[in-house]
Design a protein around this ligand. Structure first.
Ligand SMILES: [Zn+2]
Length: 322
């Protein structure tokens, strides 16, 4: 494999997911999903990235109708929306009919905004088109019949891991740790982009345009500009999602895999290559920053988000973080 630190021009399509964040994950008191969405949308526009696709599930609108404002703010700022299901459960946790129903529920809430986009895209929750190739194929046919294509993720940087540490650092009012978390967020975004790029280069024999993900979180509100700046300094060129979707790394279908992986990682696993991923020690360092009893990072995700979600959709909780 190439040296992962070798900076070079890369094409990436930026996508923003779940700017109305998952139910159960806390957010600082003075922050709302709409504020974050507006800020992220504005930063993208500042960098000439009007027309960025956002994939946010719609579940919270059910109990908090005011969250609809975030979706509207995103569209008003000139960005596009895709369908990311209503409840944000992986395909393997739901029977086919329930998964389709969940897709349609999301359409009821934001279908009018999705229709306004130049192309209709769907993104699987957690990019997990798992279950089986047969089930994925049936879902893909269903989506194609409705005019959708699936937009996978081919570069991510485990940015979910920073949400709780940043929340705790803000709650503690510790400015130094807040800066430490932000700096790590930016440097990890850069390192992981080139790790993914190197894997794609090894798989396809040339650099491929990658579909890059960051979530619409409090921390990305505060770091998106420096991340985009760092990408530009290294020669990154931003392309549209439609453009990136012309490459097989994005429109192809790697074998299904039950672990928590993105599409490029699944291509790597299928080819017998190590998947690009955040170094375990660095991940542990991030997860444990700014500790507060009762607000452990992984326990919060498991107990407040994943387990209630599994229960809601009638699935047995099984989650493989590896
Ligand atoms: Zn998501």
């Amino acid at each position: 494999m190439n040296d992962t630190r070798a900076d070079r021009p890369l094409k990436i399509a930026v996508t923003i997911d779940d700017f109305v964040l998952w139910d159960g994950v806390p957010m600082p008191d003075d922050t709302t999903p709409t504020d974050i969405t507006r800020s992220v949308a504005r930063t993208l526009n500042d960098y000439g990235l009007k027309g960025t696709y956002g994939f946010s599930h719609t579940y919270r609108i059910e109990n908090e109708p005011e969250q609809m404002e975030a979706f509207e703010a995103w569209a008003e700022a000139g960005h596009h929306l895709g369908n990311h299901t209503h409840q944000h459960a992986p395909l393997r946790w739901m029977p086919d009919a329930a998964f389709r129903c969940d897709f349609e529920t999301a359409e009821k809430y934001i279908g009018h905004l999705i229709d306004a986009a130049p192309s209709k895209y769907f993104r699987y929750p957690m990019d997990m088109s798992s279950g089986s190739e047969r089930r994925r194929g049936e879902v893909e046919n269903y989506l194609a019949d409705r005019g959708y294509r699936t937009a996978p993720i081919t570069s991510w940087f485990s940015d979910f891991a920073f949400i709780m540490p940043y929340f705790r650092a803000v709650t503690l009012g510790d400015k130094d740790v807040q800066k430490q978390v932000r700096d790590l967020h930016v440097s990890t975004a850069v390192d992981m982009l080139y790790q993914h790029a190197d894997t794609a280069h090894t798989l396809f024999g040339a650099d491929a345009p990658l579909i890059w993900l960051v979530h619409g979180t409090t921390i990305s509100r505060d770091t998106l500009a420096p991340i985009l700046e760092a990408f530009l300094e290294r020669g990154v060129e931003f392309v549209t999602l439609d453009e990136a979707m012309k490459h097989p790394v994005n429109f192809g279908k790697p074998p299904c895999n039950e672990s928590f992986t993105n599409q490029l990682q699944r291509f790597a696993l299928a080819a017998g290559l190590p998947k690009p991923e955040l170094d375990v020690e660095r991940l542990a360092e991030i997860l444990n920053l700014a500790p507060i009893p009762g607000l452990d990072t992984m326990a919060t995700y498991e107990e407040r988000m994943f387990k209630p979600l599994a229960k809601r959709v009638g699935a047995e909780y099984d989650w493989d973080w590896s």
